[in-house]
Ligand binder design. Structure first.
Ligand SMILES: C[S@@+](CC[C@H](N)C(=O)[O-])C[C@H]1O[C@@H](n2cnc3c(N)ncnc32)[C@H](O)[C@@H]1O
Length: 323
């Protein structure tokens, strides 16, 4: 089922859509607002102290990001205005945002966006937040497309979530088109909003479904960052993740390998000659996932992320060599 694009729902899961709108006019203060006798700098320090007490891991950074969002300024305008008095409305928004952060709601969910591969993505509780380690997957897939000179490539993203992987590849490859599949209708809604805000809706089809079920075409590249956290790791997750991100995006239970086991035998039939799947994997899962792809007749490669963790397993198919 293709998901129709909706009018952008800017307020999804946020404290206040008004302030998000102000970001467009970065650098300008709200007119006719009265000011508090508190500088932006002092407001940041007050809020950072509250967040430190609440156990937030990076209180000063969080308080600064929330304050910039609350007063609707970009980084440069905020730095220049640090000694200005905060407005009453800005102060009220900042206090409400800090209260949300005190209960460990992610900053990205409060301000409604997060940067990934050089672009801003809407994010909220409907899908997993884009993660820096997944940028390694995008880089690897783009490297493959460039090496194989496939300007009109067809891309499949299994478990599209917020749309960050598919959108990043499509944005970097203007001739490419793609399909994003997810079993979560809510995630597909968010992906549709992200494709629209990035001007990619015309090149991305979004389908509600269970992995490759109902996918009958072949693709040059498959991207897949499935739920992979094992049952034993769940308790150790930070509250920001455990309490606020969708469970179905995080873990399949048991050893976390369920999706790889289900998909590995089916992937070769969904790839074109020379096509490749790029799986993101959890810590220490790369050998097992590579073995599953090898058992399906694919040539494999393991790629490390910026922290040195084996994070991506690539499986490349050669139908010519298949018996
Ligand atoms: C770890 S998240 C990845 C989201 C996004 N691709 C990213 O990298 O940020 C996994 C996604 O897979 C989806 N998913 C889980 N099981 C699925 C299934 N059987 N079929 C399709 N999608 C599934 C979840 O809803 C979730 O959006």
């Amino acid at each position: 089922m293709a998901v129709s694009l909706r009018i952008l729902r800017m307020a999804g899961g946020r404290i206040d859509s008004g302030a998000a709108g102000q970001v467009k006019g970065c650098g300008s203060r709200l007119e006719n607002e009265t000011s508090m006798k508190l500088s932006l700098d002092a407001a940041v320090r007050d809020m950072a102290a509250r967040l430190r007490q609440a156990g937030a891991p990076d209180p000063l950074r969080d308080a600064t990001v929330l304050a910039r969002w609350a007063v609707g300024m970009d980084g440069a305008a905020f730095a220049a205005a640090r000694n200005d008095m905060i407005t009453e409305a800005g102060w009220a928004r900042l206090q409400a945002a800090t209260a949300e952060r005190e209960r460990r709601r992610p900053v990205s969910h409060i301000i409604g966006r997060r940067a990934f591969f050089g672009r801003d993505f809407f994010c909220d509780a409907r899908a997993l937040d884009p993660r820096p380690e997944s940028e390694t997957l995008v880089e690897a897939a783009l490297g493959h497309l460039r090496a194989h000179n496939t300007p009109a490539a067809r891309i499949l993203d299994l478990g599209v979530g917020s749309g960050c992987l598919l959108a990043s590849v499509l944005a970097e490859q203007p001739g490419a088109t793609g399909v994003g599949v997810d079993q979560s209708a809510e995630a597909l809604e968010l992906a549709a909003e992200n494709m629209a805000q990035l001007g990619l809706a015309g090149r991305a089809e979004l389908r509600h479904g269970d992995w490759l079920e109902g996918v009958n075409e072949r693709f040059d590249v498959i991207l897949c960052n499935p739920p992979y956290i094992s049952e034993s790791e769940i308790e150790a997750l930070a509250p920001e993740v455990r309490l606020f991100e969708p469970w179905s995006a995080l873990t399949p239970g048991a050893d976390g390998l369920f999706a790889y086991r289900s998909l590995a035998p089916l992937v070769p039939a969904a790839l074109t000659e020379g096509g490749a799947i790029f799986f993101e994997v959890g810590i220490d899962q790369a050998p097992d996932v590579a073995a599953l792809l090898s058992a399906s007749g694919m040539a494999t490669e393991r790629i490390r992320d910026l922290n040195g963790v084996e994070r991506i397993v690539v499986g490349q198919v050669s139908h010519a060599n298949a018996s």
